[in-house]
Design a protein around this ligand. Structure first.
Ligand code: MEZ
Length: 534
């Protein structure tokens, strides 16, 4: 039975074993042990949670059931319900999404001298980039190299990533850090200006660059300022609800919808970049999420309906350390940096049950096993969780380390009366990242001509599991990359003449032929949080 007093008693047990646990070096799992663990405890392996697609280019592939409903859902408009003859906006590069990838893309397109425009359903910066905490990877220290970074990322992703995408990610990483540094990101530095770097799960070198534990917010602040300073148009509170094609099937713009009035608007463009982010707010398998409110898989739907392929849409990342307690912040991110700084994961008996810096899929599965099969979880008002022994950080590195290195964590728990310098915290996996997405080439092109994708909406960069800090890196490297290539293509593309939405009817017909009666309207745009009992 869950009781707060009982939690305090159990936390005492963690404190008693702190000195022994701090000195203990848990061994790493073997490849066989990891495979066995993942197949039994990682949510990606729960067959009953996936549905085979019956329509579209990925017909026959399995994706999470909620995503299948949206991919095979009904459009918010019919092909003839929108007047395409008088566009409300005309631009060269239309960027759908105002997060890190969208903003980086817009900056590079603007730099290339074309007209770029961002459209976003919330406001610029309301995105998962803003929520990233622990840092951004780049091999820029003398003991490291992009080749070593490649091996870590490719191996961590189970050797499933597209090699040319991983190559681009790691080789462009040092330059990405310099670009951000010059734009004004306040990275953590030594007094002599050297960047401070730490380990993340699955990294063989310390290459995590951070701005304390609000790295994403700091990066997004800087990118947003740059977009505004350049005068790049941003149309906010306006979502894209369908991609528009030209008579040759090339992307030529998007139908937009004013989020308040629901008025449809037409944006014509020479090239279109989808940078809409992830899907955490679909709460796959009932998991809480660390994601931004707008993470509803919209870009996957937009792309899929016009024939862009999905890659690894069946693989999701459950961040091992979502907040397990208190209720108000259930599922909120507890950055991996907490473990990089030395905090260990501990079960109800005060035992360290794994190495704290295994890759994320392995760590999440290990916590789930501890709370289920091994029955060594701590019961809270929300289910089982394990301890993350945060005071161990100051035990190892000295007083003041937590406030200096992870002040956002200190503040987040402090609001609920929990001082993470003195008490361990309770954690459980939370839905964090979409490993797969739209299949792209290394110039960010999808199979639909003039349609590009960048950031979390794209798949293939991280294989079947992403390492910490490779997402902030991905949004910068591939966001910029999309801007460069989409701008170059726009320069050689004439203004599209005939705009069509015929693909909607084509897709509807395919659904009908497969016997699917599309019930759900998609893209979803905003999550459903209405109480079902009212
Ligand atoms: O890359 C991430 O997902 C990240 C930096 C998260 C974190 O734990 O801070």
């Amino acid at each position: 039975m869950y009781k707060i007093d009982r939690l305090n008693e159990l936390a005492e047990k963690v404190a008693e074993k702190r000195a022994v646990n701090a000195a203990f070096e848990p061994r790493r799992m073997t490849a066989e042990e990891k495979d066995e663990l993942l197949s039994h405890f990682h949510p990606d392996y729960k067959k009953e949670e996936f549905t085979e697609l019956s329509a579209g280019v990925n017909k026959g592939d399995k994706v999470p059931t909620q995503l299948a409903e949206l991919l095979q859902g009904k459009s918010r408009i019919s092909a003839d319900s929108v007047d395409l003859s008088k566009p409300d906006y005309d631009t060269d590069v239309l960027i759908i999404g105002g997060g890190g990838a969208g903003a980086s893309c817009a900056i590079e397109a603007d730099e290339a001298g074309v007209k770029a425009m961002i459209v976003t359903k919330l406001r610029i910066g309301d995105a998962n980039t803003m929520m990233a905490e622990g840092g951004i990877q780049a091999a820029d220290k003398p003991n490291d190299s992009p080749a070593i970074h490649y091996i870590d990322a490719f191996g961590g992703g189970h050797f499933a990533a597209k090699p040319e995408l991983v190559k681009k990610l790691v080789t462009k990483a040092p330059e990405a850090i310099q670009w951000l540094n010059k734009l004004g990101v306040e990275f953590d530095k030594e007094p002599d200006g050297t960047m401070i770097t730490t380990h993340g799960g699955g990294t063989s070198r310390k290459r995590m660059h951070a701005a304390k534990d609000y790295s994403g917010a700091e990066i997004m602040r800087t990118l947003r300022d740059e977009v505004i300073n350049r005068g790049i148009p941003v149309v906010d509170f306006t979502s894209a609800i369908e991609i528009i094609l030209d008579e040759n099937g090339k992307a030529a713009g998007a139908v937009l919808m004013n989020m308040e009035t629901k008025e449809p608007l037409v944006a014509r463009a020479k090239t279109v970049v989808i940078a809409t982010g992830g899907a955490g707010r679909l709460h796959y398998q009932g998991f809480p999420t660390s994601n931004h409110y707008g993470a509803t898989a919209d870009g996957l739907i937009l792309g899929y309906r016009v024939g862009a392929r999905l890659l690894y849409a069946d693989t999701l990342q459950y961040h091992p350390t979502g907040t397990g307690y208190p209720e108000q912040i259930f599922g909120a991110l507890v950055t991996e940096k907490v473990r990089s700084l030395g905090a260990k994961l501990v079960n109800i008996d005060g035992e360290v049950f794994m190495h704290p810096l295994e890759t994320r899929d392995v760590t999440a599965a290990s916590i789930i096993r501890e709370c289920t099969a091994r029955d060594k979880g701590v019961e809270t008002s929300l289910g089982k969780a394990v301890w993350l022994d945060t005071p161990m950080i100051e035990y190892i590195h000295g007083e003041g380390t937590i406030e200096k290195r992870i002040p956002a964590m200190l503040r987040m728990f402090g609001k609920y009366g929990i001082d993470i310098r003195k008490e361990p915290i309770l954690v459980y996996p939370t839905l964090h990242y979409q490993n797969g997405g739209l299949d792209i080439t290394d110039d960010c092109a999808t199979v639909v001509e003039n349609l590009y994708a960048a950031g979390e909406v794209a798949g293939g960069i991280h294989g079947r599991n992403r390492l910490m800090g490779n997402s902030l890196l991905d949004v910068i490297v591939f966001g910029r990359n999309a801007g460069i290539y989409a701008a170059a293509k726009a320069k050689e593309t004439p203004v599209p003449e005939k705009l069509t939405l015929e693909h909607i009817e084509k897709f509807n017909k395919e659904l009908e032929e497969c016997g699917i009666s599309a019930e759900v309207e998609s893209p979803l745009l905003l999550p459903h949080y209405a109480r079902k009992d009212k």
